[in-house]
Design a protein around this ligand. Structure first.
Ligand SMILES: *Cc1c(COP(=O)(O)O)cnc(C)c1O
Length: 438
């Protein structure tokens, strides 16, 4: 399969190049030239299939041309070593809990899948390929860093540098990427998240650095990071179908950079019988406004309670726009939007807790409320719960007056010893440091 750039000015790439490089030469995002449909029989039998088997079928349809079938099966089964349940919240609303992975983040699936796929390409090698270590640079405000660090931990041939803003990630999150050691280096930047991201972007553009070491990115611009999230939606459909509730399914995805919902939409293109989608935003309402006006107008991001969705220029909008032939009409026919302020998020969390007993985190709250506000009679809604409420324990307990229990897996990270490299936000210093590495 060949991949083209959404900016249309870069040469076609094969899967290996798209994964190893991340971004096309013209700074566009890679898109597959064709998206194959899964056969009808697959959807007829899906209700009886376990998560891993469903995911393998989806992965094979997508990556089967480019990855050896046995290797692909290994990668999928190794990645999906956890459950992804659908839980009933009200008669009409269910939640797809995406937080049962190793770091309790839905980003675990894409991170692990990408790590294993990169490793496959490195091991396979080709006569012309470069066999030096691949260095993954990732800037994080919390969740991405922990998922990527844990997904890549111990994978040989790859080194990960996680850049995070000093004092601006939660203690639990910090432990999840600073205590690992091995091939994971945490870099504590004296600045804010935007400074971390600027350091990473400058590094990708620096010629001397790129001659010195192989660099790639592990955020959702990477095909191998965002696409495996489609597995979640096939599994959700399967579990709903098994219960006889899949006929008029509405999927609602709390969205920031739009990687997760983009994967769901790829799933839909592959034949997944979902009636329509809702993208739930916090106060960062760029996509919501696009749906209303047809104009895409990025803005600086606003800080909110649902901080993993504080994105003012969602990178995967380019993929969605391209997927529907740049047609506003086609996009609004399938996808609607919602936007919620912090006050609305708090009210939703309280209402849901009082009425159903379910503890929402601030991200999931946007998804739940969007279904409450938009579902029509006869439809059944599934929203993604994108984070375990314990990850935002202080906020959740403060809003609900609860005492959310910290899962053992999360607590285990807190026992390790913190190790990080202090760094200023000055690119010259960061570059000097990288030149001593690799
Ligand atoms: C990353 C993240 C999101 C947003 O996902 P996108 O793919 O960027 O749209 C939502 N909630 C949580 C908890 C996240 O970590």
């Amino acid at each position: 399969m060949k991949y083209y750039s959404t900016n249309g000015k870069a040469p076609l790439a094969d899967l290996q190049k798209a994964v190893v490089k991340g971004l096309a030469e013209d700074r566009g995002l890679y898109m597959p030239e064709c998206i194959k449909k899964l056969p009808k029989e697959f959807f007829e039998n899906i209700g009886d299939m376990p998560f891993q088997e469903i995911a393998y079928n989806v992965a094979y349809t997508f990556f089967g041309e480019d990855v050896d079938a046995d290797a692909l099966k290994d990668i999928v089964y190794d990645t999906l070593c956890f459950d992804c349940p659908v839980v009933k919240v009200t008669d009409q609303i269910y939640t797809l809990e995406l937080f049962h992975g190793p770091t309790l983040a839905f980003k675990d699936v894409g991170a692990r899948f990408m790590a294993r796929l990169l490793q496959y390409f490195i091991r396979r090698g080709t006569p012309t390929s470069d066999n030096r270590t691949v260095n993954v640079l990732v800037a994080t405000s919390g969740d991405t860093g922990s998922a990527v660090a844990n997904g890549f931990l111990g994978v040989d041939g790859i080194h990960v540098y996680v850049l995070y803003p000093k004092g601006k990630v939660s203690p639990i999150q910090e432990c999840q990427f600073t205590t690992l050691g091995k091939n994971i280096t945490a870099i504590e930047v004296d600045g804010v998240f935007d400074d971390c991201q600027a350091l990473v972007k400058n590094a990708f553009m620096d010629e001397e650095l790129n001659r010195h070491m192989r660099l790639t990115s592990a955020n959702s611009i990477n095909v191998a990071r965002f696409l495996p999230q489609a597995f979640y939606y096939f599994n959700a459909y399967a579990r709903m179908k098994a219960q006889g509730h899949a006929d008029q399914l509405v999927m609602c995805v709390p969205s920031g950079n739009f990687g997760n919902i983009c994967a769901a939409l790829f799933g839909h293109r592959m034949g997944l019988p979902v009636k329509r989608f809702i993208a739930a935003n916090n106060a960062n309402d760029i996509f919501y406004n696009y749906l209303q006006t047809g104009k895409y107008e990025p803005k600086p991001s606003k800080q909110t309670l649902a901080n993993a969705m504080d994105v003012g220029d969602p990178s995967n909008f380019a993929r969605i726009y391209d997927l529907y032939g740049k047609s506003h009409e086609a996009i609004t026919a399938l996808i609607s939007g919602a936007t919620y302020s912090d006050n609305q998020i708090r009210a939703t969390m309280r209402q849901c807790y009082e009425q159903t007993g379910y503890v929402l985190d601030p991200h999931g709250a946007c998804g739940y409320q969007a279904l409450i506000d938009n579902l029509k009679p006869g439809e059944v809604g599934v929203f993604c719960e994108t984070a375990h409420p314990a990850k935002f324990k202080e906020k959740v307990d403060d809003i609900l007056g609860s005492d959310v229990e910290i899962p053992l897996r999360l607590a285990a990270f807190m026992r390790g010893k913190k190790q990080s490299v202090p760094m200023s936000k000055d690119f010259i210093e960061f570059k000097k440091y990288l030149l001593t590495q690799g």
